[in-house]
Structures are given as structure tokens and as C-alpha cells.
Write a protein that binds this ligand. Structure first.
Ligand SMILES: Nc1ncnc2c1ncn2[C@@H]1O[C@H](COP(=O)(O)OP(=O)(O)O)[C@@H](O)[C@H]1O
Ligand SMILES: [Mg+2]
Length: 244
């Protein structure tokens, strides 16, 4: 099924990016994410998955190629700024996301920054925490949370901004099995276009509709990919699969 009538939320064209003094991490990379799309991304460490998310957010600037968000080509800081709150990035490392003393302050920061009143921001934050099963965490000290709790609070800070796109960089890190199940249910209740990076194949198949991989700086969208994913599924575990 094609959805070409739905205008892209994110469109990357011919992206090339290398860290200073290194070979390109991303090279001739293309990606189109449209409303309703839910993509999974599984690829070995160092493939450039996190770099890709940082390019989408404008935290890194591509050496070549174009980034378009909501139909606008963006390259300068000023051009990216208005779109950042519409795209929720869950950082790979929760310590990059959480910086306020308490959970409620951290979750309310985004909504306040977007111009909500204090009352609205607090109400929205409480609702978001409740949605994630974190009622009662409001006054906890963020630095004292467990890894899994930090992960969920980070997600709360992202969801409280009511983004139109979610970019989740290894959301299951540090989560126990039960919390992972909660997260699966939460993601399936949300109606937001998303790209989810994870090494957990069953998590991706449960929360996304297409699973892609990265190789040589590009996202594989073709038949090769299915073979790769298929082999990958075997290596990770023996989940049921279909031959392609
Ligand atoms: N800040 C950085 N400076 C230099 N090299 C980096 C930096 N961040 C990542 N890299 C390198 O870029 C490559 C891709 O990294 P990354 O995007 O984090 O991959 P992934 O998320 O797929 O594990 C790796 O080889 C990594 O070592
Ligand atoms: Mg990464």
C-alpha cells in the first residue's frame, strides 16, 4: 500500500555526515516518514542510528543532502527551532534528557517552554505521568531514579510536549520485562508517527509496522533488508518468523 498522498513529516534526501576526521557515518541516506508510519530500526552498534536522529533534530548538520520537516527544508538553527517541539526525541542516554531536580519539573519543562501556563503544564505533566504508570513519581529526585525509571520519565518529558513524531533511541534499555510490556502497550495506544531504534526484535515487531536496518551509512528499504532482518531475528532468538 502506498501513502504518497500523505505529506511527509520527515524527509531526508542524500544525507552525508561524518564526524570530524572520520569516514562518513551516513552516506547517501534517504528517509521519508509520513503520518501514521511506524518504523523500527535495528542495526549493529556504530551503524549511525543515533547520528541519524541527531541529524533529523538539527543537532548535527549534514555535510551534504537536505532535511525537510513538515514540508519545509531546514538547515539553520533558526529554521529547526520551531519544529523541535513537534518531534519528540528520546535520547539514547537518559542523562542527556533529564536535568531538573524533580520529576514533575522535568516533565513540565517542555510544556512551559512551549508557552503553556504553569497550571496547564502541571496538569499535562500529571496526566502524562499517569499514562506511563508513574503516578506518585512527581516529587522524586530524578538523579536518584533507577535506570528503567529514568527511561520512563524521559519518555514522559517527550510525550508531555504532545509531539507529532516520536524518535525513540533504544527505549527499552534498562527496562525489566514487565515495564517493557507496559511500554509496548503505551506505544500502541499512541497514534503518533514513529521511528524506534532497538536491538530487541520482538519489541520492534510489537510496536512498529516495518523494520528497517542500516548498512554502509544508508537505510535499507529493499528486499535485501528482509533477508537481513530475517537472519537477525535468528541470531537474537528463535522467534517465529516467515520465510521471504
Ligand atoms: N561525537 C562523536 N564524535 C566522533 N565520533 C562519533 C561521535 N558519536 C558517534 N561517533 C561514531 O560514529 C559512528 C556511529 O555512531 P552512532 O550514530 O552512535 O551509532 P549507533 O547509534 O548506530 O550505535 C560510530 O563509529 C561512533 O563511534
Ligand atoms: Mg545509538
Amino acid at each position: 500500500m502506498t501513502h504518497n498522498h500523505r505529506n511527509p513529516l520527515i524527509e531526508l534526501c542524500g544525507i552525508r555526515f561524518g564526524y570530524p576526521g572520520s569516514q562518513p557515518v551516513l552516506d547517501r541516506l534517504d528517509l521519508v516518514l509520513r503520518p501514521g508510519d511506524r518504523f523500527g530500526l535495528v542495526a549493529p552498534n556504530g551503524s549511525g542510528k543515533t547520528t541519524l536522529f541527531h541529524i533529523i533534530m538539527g543537532l548535527l548538520k549534514p555535510d551534504r543532502g537536505t532535511v525537510s520537516l513538515f514540508g519545509q527544508t531546514v538547515s539553520t538553527e533558526k529554521e529547526f527551532a520551531p519544529y523541535r517541539s513537534r518531534i519528540g526525541l528520546l535520547f539514547q542516554d537518559a542523562d542527556d534528557q533529564l536535568f531538573s531536580p524533580t520529576v514533575l519539573e522535568d516533565v513540565a519543562f517542555g510544556p512551559l517552554n512551549m508557552g503553556k501556563s504553569a497550571d496547564e503544564a502541571v496538569a499535562l505533566s500529571r496526566r502524562t505521568l499517569s499514562f506511563l504508570g508513574l503516578t506518585g513519581f512527581e516529587d522524586k529526585i530524578t538523579t536518584k531514579l533507577s535506570g528503567g525509571e529514568k527511561r520512563l520519565v524521559s519518555l514522559a518529558t517527550v510525550l508531555a510536549m504532545e509531539p507529532e513524531v516520536l524518535l525513540l533511541d533504544e527505549p527499552t534499555t534498562g527496562l525489566d520485562t514487565r515495564t517493557k510490556e507496559t511500554l509496548k502497550a503505551v506505544l500502541n495506544r499512541l497514534d503518533i508517527a514513529s521511528v524506534v531504534i532497538s536491538h530487541e526484535f520482538d519489541f520492534l515487531t510489537a510496536t512498529t509496522d516495518h523494520v528497517y536496518t542500516m548498512e554502509n551509512g544508508r537505510i535499507l528499504l529493499d528486499d535485501e533488508l528482509h533477508i537481513h532482518v530475517h537472519e537477525h531475528a535468528h541470531r537474537i532468538g528463535k522467534q517465529p518468523h516467515r520465510h521471504v
